[in-house]
Ligand binder design. Structure first.
Ligand code: 13P
Length: 343
């Protein structure tokens, strides 16, 4: 298959009505924090058991088209010995891989960060591809203060995302491009909108400069929200209006799918906001879906707590949350459904 055919086939499998992407690609320090929060020690084995639990959930492929894995998971196996990427593929879920190596401070842009990991990326992608990965993810983060992100930060992060995306496409790997405007702080929704517009504008300009084929890219942005410490919170229709306004101004119609991150919203908020976005913009040129980590996984971890006897309940919690997001992604979510898991 040519590289172009490979990319097109992966996009076809990743962009499906009623489905979204699970981010299960936490680095070891991050997953250790998440496991510790529910009293589980993070070991190679508990991380394997947890990610197996997610991927072996019966029926989860009805609501997920893709899963972003961490490097360690790509080489791990389910209890029956099946490699985890194959477990995902058998559920109709395309396996992907987080390829960035985290952030460092950006020189001459106090408060801004830039993501590392471009060196040797093409070779790493070849290895990941041999292990079953068909798409990749790279995240740049933008802290919000009165001065951040700076113009230099926005340009450097955009350039880095575009370099990553072009390296991926050259290898036949679909890039998920993730520019995350952080939720931390007490800024207004207007400030978030202004920054997100500047960030996305720079990202698409850079993708164009690097001749990245937009037809074979998935965008994973943050929603436009007020800062976590800002009161009051914004209602879903306001989040939807502001988010859609920014996306319409910045994202070319050639891009097939926008899969939001959850960014620290509660599971219920992330679902309600995604639903409102789809209600506000039913005939968008792109799919408007999800690629959540915390908003899908929090209830699963809380139900599991590392105990074998809780696996069924944890999988049920996962399927439930995925189903609600599958509905929200089509503008068909009803908040009353939240109470039905107990029924
Ligand atoms: P959250 O949905 O928890 O923000 O995570 C998404 C993600 O993949 C961060 O890189």
């Amino acid at each position: 298959m040519s590289v172009q055919d490979l990319l097109a086939a992966t996009i076809r499998d990743l962009v499906k009505p009623g489905k979204g992407i699970l981010a299960a690609d936490e680095s070891v320090p991050t997953i250790t924090k998440r496991l510790a929060a529910v009293g589980i020690e993070s070991t190679l084995e508990t991380r394997r058991a947890y990610r197996s639990l997610l991927l072996t959930t019966p029926g989860i492929g009805d609501f997920l088209s893709g899963v972003i894995l961490f490097e360690e998971t790509l080489g791990q196996r389910a209890d029956d010995g099946t490699p985890l990427p194959l477990v995902a593929a058998r559920q109709g879920i395309v396996p992907g891989i987080k390829v960035d190596k985290g952030t460092v401070p950006l020189a001459h842009a106090a408060g801004d960060l830039v993501t590392q990991g471009l060196d040797g990326l093409a070779d790493r992608l070849k290895t990941y591809q041999a292990q079953g990965a068909r798409f990749a993810k790279w995240r740049e983060v933008y802290p919000v203060t009165d001065r951040n992100p700076t113009a230099l930060g926005i340009e450097t992060n955009a350039e880095t995302l575009a370099r990553y995306a072009s390296i991926c496409q050259e290898q036949g790997i679909v890039p998920i491009v993730e520019p995350e405007v952080l939720l931390d702080g007490d800024h207004t929704i207007e400030r978030c909108a202004e920054i997100t517009e500047d960030v996305l504008h720079a990202v698409f300009h850079a993708l164009h400069r690097h001749q990245v084929s937009l037809e074979c890219v998935v965008l994973k942005p943050s929603m436009v929200l007020p800062g976590k410490e800002h009161t009051p919170k914004a209602a879903p229709d306001v989040v939807a209006r502001e988010t859609v306004k920014v996306l319409r101004r910045t994202v070319p119609a050639a891009l097939p799918s926008i899969n939001f991150l959850s960014g620290g919203q509660s599971p219920e908020e992330a679902t309600a906001n995604l639903n409102a976005i789809n209600v506000a913009y039913p005939r968008a040129p792109w799919e408007l879906s999800f690629s959540y980590a915390r908003a899908l996984q929090e209830p699963v971890l809380a139900a599991w707590r590392g105990k074998r006897e809780n696996v069924g309940a944890a999988q049920q919690a996962f399927l439930f949350r995925a189903r609600l997001n599958g509905a929200a992604r089509q503008g068909r979510y009803q908040a009353q459904a939240e109470s039905s898991i107990r029924g």
